[in-house]
Design a protein around this ligand. Structure first.
Ligand code: ASP
Length: 381
């Protein structure tokens, strides 16, 4: 099994503007401790591949050394090279291993953690970390849209903002957030909504919860509650192996249901990303209903923002019809995040009722039995 390489401490910070290098040994040791886990992604990619394309190559230390002004964040920053892959090749177990490593660090005194990875899957890994991280320490995920060789590479600024956020007491108790382009997004609402823009991350249903400016975190809003699954540290490694299989099927105009029929008998749980607020063609109702008799089927909205409704439309294939046939509503969780919650619940042995409770809690409705909904502490004044 792949494990962490030994901890490296960031000992010197080059100031890219003045060209000076500040030796950390000359500075008083800050009591704030932030650990940065690097997983690869564009932020670490340089050229040299056979086809001329960039591939993950930079170490965590090289990434930190490229960040001007990191010392001014006032934190002791340590780095762990954890993985070095494009983010589409990360596994759920990789992210569970990060969550376990953060717990280990928290046990010896941690102010906050930063996870640096490819942007393609940040919206999923950040939400998975949000579910698995029970501590109050902020977990901040970031990456870059432009690799280090490009004009205006955004990696250093994003790392600086992420470390600033992880060091900030204002984010304690809020679980996992994504820091990108100086905005802070709650993991459960953030999405990658652009394939190339440096402002690729948005929270279409809610907007960002804060920003980083002049080295300070400013929080505009606090999510009403957070959902963390009560899994022990011992549960985490090996929690998400391949023996649980969950899938996502998106409804399309004129869908004849062939993908849904193919899912029967192959998955332990399924998310259906329905039209609008959670609808399927009337002709597919029997297919979906049969699936829901066999496995948990979650109904999400394919729109990218807004909830799957529960009580508005009453025609065949509407949300009222489908929920009445045993589907579980995803509420405000988008289909990708709904699939992760379903996967973790199934992997931890939850029953259908417990899964439904978890979705009521995570989707923005009632607090469930199996899950804990932790009210964050008010920010220190
Ligand atoms: N393909 C890259 C990845 O997700 C994209 C990025 O990092 O921005 O690893």
């Amino acid at each position: 099994m792949r494990r962490n390489v030994p901890l490296e401490e960031h000992s010197a910070v080059p100031d890219m503007i003045s060209g000076k290098e500040t030796a950390m040994a000359d500075l008083p040791l800050p009591s704030i401790r932030v650990v940065v886990f690097t997983l690869g992604g564009t932020i670490s990619m340089t050229g040299g591949g056979d086809d001329g394309g960039v591939t993950p190559s930079l170490s965590g230390r090289q990434l930190l050394d490229s960040v001007p002004g990191l010392a001014a964040a006032g934190a002791r920053v340590e780095v762990r090279d954890f993985r070095k892959v494009p983010s589409g090749s990360l596994t759920l177990d990789d992210i569970a291993a990060v969550a376990a490593a953060i717990r280990d660090e928290a046990a010896v005194g941690l102010s906050g953690a930063v996870v640096v990875q490819g942007t393609d899957t940040i919206e999923e890994s950040a939400f998975l970390l949000d579910l698995l991280h029970q501590g109050d320490e902020p977990v901040v995920v970031t990456g870059a849209m432009r690799n280090p060789s490009m004009a205006g590479a955004d990696g250093p600024a994003n790392i600086l903002a992420a470390v600033t956020a992880a060091a900030s007491p204002a984010l304690r108790g809020l679980g996992c957030v994504v820091a990108f382009a100086d905005e802070i997004h709650a993991a459960r609402y953030v999405r990658k909504t652009d394939s190339t823009s440096v402002a690729a991350f948005t929270s279409p249903s809610t907007g960002p919860i804060g920003r980083v400016a002049e080295g300070q975190v400013r929080l505009f809003s606090r999510p009403a509650s957070r959902l963390a699954l009560p899994l022990s540290s011992a549960d985490l490694p090996g929690l998400l192996p391949g023996h649980v299989r969950t899938g996502l099927v998106t409804m399309t105009l004129g869908d004849d249901g062939e993908l849904l029929r193919a899912a029967a008998g192959r998955f332990d749980g399924l998310v259906v990303a329905g039209f609008g607020a959670g609808h399927v063609p009337a002709t597919l109702v029997p297919v979906v209903a049969d699936l829901a008799k066999a496995i948990p089927v979650v109904l999400a909205a394919r729109t990218g923002a807004g909830p799957a409704l529960t009580a508005t439309y009453g025609y065949p294939g509407s949300e009222l019809d489908l929920l009445g046939r045993g589907l579980i509503g995803a509420g405000y969780l988008d289909p990708l995040k709904a699939r992760l919650l379903l996967h973790v619940m199934l992997a931890s042995g939850a029953t259908r009722d417990q899964i439904a409770d978890a979705f009521r809690a995570a989707g923005g409705h009632a607090v469930g039995r199996l899950v804990s909904s932790v009210q964050p502490d008010p920010p220190p004044r």
